[in-house]
Design a protein around this ligand. Structure first.
Ligand code: AHG
Ligand code: MN
Ligand code: MN
Length: 328
């Protein structure tokens, strides 16, 4: 059997002969078109004079890179032109943008994740979350728990450009074939191994962590003579997209937990366009996600840009983290 294109996949995503809802297929294809465009921009880098700062800041007070702004403009234009998006919200814009009145979907996105890696030629990506459009103005309709997502995914711009997608029935992957620009299916029903020996966390923050996180990592570091009785490996790319892609590919646990640097800040990563879409993908692949208190997909959002503590990946690791947090 020849590999299916993304369009062919959307015509029968579960193999039961039922196509994805037409407007959803339109939106997913439009997102893939934007990812192709962003991938080309990213691959040209200095040749297109698009590296470095844009000289502006976003609502989170973070410096915007030129590519953050270009990717955001591309994604916003795509969402509007698709005519199936009622409103869109982005990491790079303070407020939600109303787009097509009466359209069936809302979209949130992190147009370029891993900004600190743009200028050093390390993998970055685009993350998106699609919610049903419900009545309301401004941010209000977006404030639905992650479990309500109808689709979520990311595109990682690495050695290959790979789109990873869930429509709520498992996880599929599509690799862009550069000569044609087509996204061709290269992964079906992706499963995260339940057991792992690999963790991803920014270890430079160790002195700031809460006790359960510190205890969990101490156990991993103790290796085969410690309580876990196995040696762990560590990876930290500092692009959530690339770190989560590794977890989906070969297992592992990814963590950006709450820490004491700014005690009133719930975490670094954002719920609506980082934690929720990644949590849906991870759960659909048999893994789990946790914020230290509850499953991330059950959190009732209170703001478009709210931050959250994130621990996700292989089931066994997240359950150990849940036990450590419950005992604290
Ligand atoms: P963004 O570039 O969209 O602001 O996100 C960056 C995030 C995430 O991708 C990554 O896991 C984390 O920031 C890295 O943070 P540190 O630099 O603190 O390690
Ligand atoms: Mn990000
Ligand atoms: Mn970003």
């Amino acid at each position: 059997m020849t590999a299916r294109t993304l369009r062919e996949f959307l015509a029968d995503p579960t193999g039961a002969g039922t196509p994805a809802p037409r407007d959803l297929a339109i939106l997913i294809e439009a997102i893939s078109d934007s990812c192709r465009t962003i991938s080309h921009l990213v691959s040209r880098g200095a040749l297109a004079d698009i590296l470095g700062s844009a000289g502006t800041g976003n609502v989170q007070g973070e410096e915007q890179k030129q590519l953050d702004v270009l990717a955001n403009d591309e994604m916003m234009a795509m969402a509007k032109a698709s005519r199936v998006v009622a409103a869109a919200a982005s990491e790079e814009e303070d407020d939600a943008r109303p787009l097509t009145p009466g359209a069936p979907y809302l979209i949130t996105f992190d147009p370029l994740d891993g900004s600190s890696n743009i200028d050093v030629n390390v993998s970055i990506g685009t993350i998106f979350s699609i919610l049903p459009a419900i009545a309301g103005e401004g941010a209000a309709p977006f404030l639905q728990p992650g479990r309500k997502q109808v689709a979520a995914g990311y595109c990682v711009y690495g050695p290959q450009t790979t789109l990873v997608l869930t429509l709520g029935h498992g996880v599929a992957a599509f690799t862009m074939d550069p000569p044609t620009g087509q996204f061709v299916q290269t992964g079906a029903n992706i499963r995260i191994p339940e057991k792992t020996k690999e963790f991803a966390i920014n270890m430079s923050n160790i002195r700031h962590w809460a006790d359960p996180v510190r205890a969990y990592i101490d156990d991993c570091l103790a290796g085969d003579t410690g309580p876990r009785a196995k040696n762990f490996n560590m990876r930290w790319i500092a692009s959530m997209v690339a770190d989560v892609h590794r977890v989906l590919s070969r297992g592992g646990v990814f963590m950006y937990p709450w820490d004491k640097r700014e005690p009133n800040k719930p975490g670094k990563l954002r719920l609506m366009y980082e934690a929720n879409p990644m949590s849906l993908l991870v759960e659909q692949a048999g893994g789990k996600s946790f914020d230290g208190k509850q499953q991330i997909l059950d959190i009732q959002p209170t703001g478009l840009h709210q931050r959250v503590s994130v621990m996700l990946g292989s089931k066994e690791e997240i359950e150990i983290l849940e036990t450590k947090h419950a005992a604290a």
